[in-house]
Design a protein around this ligand. Structure first.
Ligand SMILES: [Zn+2]
Ligand SMILES: [Zn+2]
Length: 117
């Protein structure tokens, strides 16, 4: 019986754990930044935590989260955890500085905070 030695792909870094600071979402990610090396010609609008799409053979990826630009906490992309408005913000930071955001964002966030309860 041959022991299968796993081929190591040098371009594949081991996955690292990502977990959201606000909900219990947790997943392994492969890359953090704006230009995932396994996704060609992609430039994100923000530094993201990116995992390779396990169902894609053509360099697909899923951005699983980001970092709040104010408090630097890891946040997932769920509506109830973070918001992207020129940068990523966690909802808590937006709630703290609500008056600094445009009215439509204020309404959006108050709605989301209600949903979160
Ligand atoms: Zn979350
Ligand atoms: Zn924050």
């Amino acid at each position: 019986m041959a022991t299968s030695s796993r081929k190591k792909d040098p371009s594949t870094k081991p996955a690292l754990p990502f977990s959201c600071s606000y909900c219990d979402f947790a997943v392994d990610y492969h890359y953090k930044g704006r230009k995932p090396p396994f996704a060609k010609n992609i430039l994100m609008l923000e530094d993201c935590y990116v995992m390779k799409d396990p169902f894609s053979t053509s360099g697909g990826f899923i951005s699983v989260g980001g970092m709040c630009s104010l408090c630097a906490r890891n946040v997932c992309m769920a509506n109830t955890c973070s918001l992207f408005y020129t940068q990523r913000f966690c909802l808590n930071c937006v709630a703290d500085r609500l008056e600094e955001f445009p009215q439509e964002i204020q309404q959006e966030v108050s709605q989301r905070l209600k949903e979160r309860g």
